[in-house]
Design a protein around this ligand. Structure first.
Ligand code: UTP
Length: 478
């Protein structure tokens, strides 16, 4: 960068009251100056200024409006009163779309995974009970299993962050794209936002580095547009995206019934819900407000509301969000392209952000000292026409790896996979010792190539001349 353009960047920062970002400039090497400028150029100072002003004025701090909030309607699962015929018809419609090559898979994998404390992209975390396949491998195999079943091409889009992009691509390359053909997988990096202190001043994490973090899973919509992924989808005839998070090994990556319900309704964004297990469960709630669908986070809904029950004694706000969606590609283009009136708002989160002090030394704060800004993908729901919500079974779709131990941990995810495999095995009449939670007495594994749901398992099992013995360490492969 010429010294002239360096001057103009610095002048813009000065004008925005952020000149301190360059306070160590005179000490920096040429290389450090260049990388600091590159980061600085990425920042939309106008957007940041608006955010700081908004939050400083207290706007947006009070949480979402709760007046007039109603529980959102959803399509019940056949096990809970849904119509089996309706589900079968939706499934056929979804299958048709998959066969026609209209469906792509989309994984958001740009998170920082701080709670898990694993060093590396979360998708490279080993999750299966016996062979310790990684999350990326599990998804890749589920996608391939669907490709085989429907004789279809299913492109896979993976959103990374600046911090994990290179390591993610390297992991795919190192693993031979987990059996997928490389031209079917696209990676793109999400945007970042600078962290600020309580006065709205941008924080430095080193003398030559701004504290930047990914702009949230909601940043995926604009990243899909900016990266050219949307254009790529359109060129390939993909108009429907199956969105899921990188941390959930149970997710059905390509679920034909879900896709079918979405298409049948002409929905722009559809969601899966699970009934909350108990009022305090920390999931967002699907609600309706002013004719639109919204997700109200557990932290934004008063506990007495979360405890409300209907006449039948059921939780009134029962529909928990598990971050599984179908997105219409035209909708992504509209919202992600920043078409006016449909911008996602940023949320603020107070965090402990290591940063350099006046003397240039890095301080690791004990208490939250700054603010990060993130967008949430479910904030796109109010902009979606005909948003559909369907019920799914937690046991077959949701067991996230969030924490190092306890709830939503590697261990609970292994156990939930084991319970699922055990259910499939028991359903074909094989005897298996399980405890009263359905957990088998030993670890074994079913590869997605062998079967990826109970019905596929039963079919595959019935077709086997010699039935394998289900014992400790058994792996049912392709
Ligand atoms: P989480 O809310 O669990 O956040 O992300 P996280 O950053 O992964 O983990 P913690 O909170 O630091 O422990 C849910 C999903 O959204 C993705 C994550 O990769 C995960 O799949 N995500 C989150 C992004 O892709 N980008 C983001 O900026 C944030």
């Amino acid at each position: 960068m010429s010294s002239q353009s360096a001057e103009s960047v610095r002048a813009r920062f000065e004008e925005a009251g952020q000149a301190h970002v360059f306070r160590f400039w005179d000490e920096l090497s040429e290389g450090s100056r260049a990388s600091l400028l590159e980061q600085a150029e990425e920042i939309d100072l106008g957007e940041l200024g608006d955010l700081v002003a908004k939050f400083a004025a207290g706007d947006g701090d009070e949480g979402p409006a709760l007046a007039g909030l109603e529980p959102a309607p959803y399509i019940p699962h056949p096990r809970h009163g849904g119509s089996p015929e309706e589900w079968a018809a939706a499934r056929r419609l979804g299958e048709e779309a998959i066969r026609a090559g209209r469906v792509g898979a989309f994984t958001v994998a740009g998170g920082q995974g701080t709670r898990l404390g694993y060093d590396g992209p979360k998708g490279t975390f080993p999750v299966t009970p016996v062979t310790k396949k990684t999350l990326f491998q599990v998804f890749a195999e589920k996608i391939q299993a669907a490709e085989r079943r429907y004789a279809a091409r299913i492109p896979w889009f993976v959103m990374t962050s600046h911090a994990n992009h290179a390591a993610t691509v390297a992991a795919f390359e190192g693993a031979g794209y987990y059996g997928l053909s490389a031209d079917r997988v696209s990676f793109f990096t999400q945007g970042r936002m600078p962290a600020v202190d309580r006065n709205g001043k941008i924080l430095l994490e080193a003398k030559d580095r701004i504290a930047m973090s990914p702009d949230g899973h909601g940043g995926s919509l604009r990243a899909l547009v900016r990266s050219g992924a949307v254009a790529k989808m359109r060129a390939a005839g993909v108009d429907t995206l199956s969105y899921f998070q990188v941390d959930n090994p149970l997710v059905r990556c390509v679920d034909p019934a879900f896709i079918g319900f979405h298409l049948r309704a002409g929905s722009e964004m559809s969601s899966k819900m699970i009934p909350k297990a108990y009022p305090e469960e920390k999931v967002g709630h699907f609600c309706r407000r002013d004719g639109t669908t919204v997700v109200i986070e557990y932290s934004d809904m008063p506990m007495e509301m979360q405890r409300e029950r209907d006449e039948s004694g059921r939780l009134r706000f029962v529909a928990g969000s598990i971050a599984i969606h179908i997105l219409d590609v035209g909708f992504v283009a509209r919202v992600g392209g920043g078409e006016s009136g449909s911008e996602l708002l940023f949320h603020r989160a107070e965090k402990k952000i290591p940063c350099v002090g006046e003397d240039g030394d890095v301080v690791k704060p004990e208490e939250p000292n700054g603010i990060k800004f993130e967008m949430f993908v479910f904030d796109a729901l109010p902009f979606a026409e005909n948003a559909v919500i369907i019920e799914t079974l937690r046991q077959d779709d949701f067991s996230p790896v969030k924490n190092a131990d306890g709830k939503d941990s590697p261990r609970s995810a292994v156990e939930d996979q084991l319970r699922q495999f055990a259910r499939w095995v028991l359903a074909v009449g094989v005897e298996l010792p399980v405890d009263d939670t359905g957990l088998p007495a030993f670890a074994f594994e079913v590869s997605p190539f062998f079967a990826d749901d109970e019905e596929a398992f039963a079919k595959r099992w019935a077709a086997l001349k010699e039935k394998p013995v289900i014992k400790e360490g058994a792996v049912l492969e392709d």
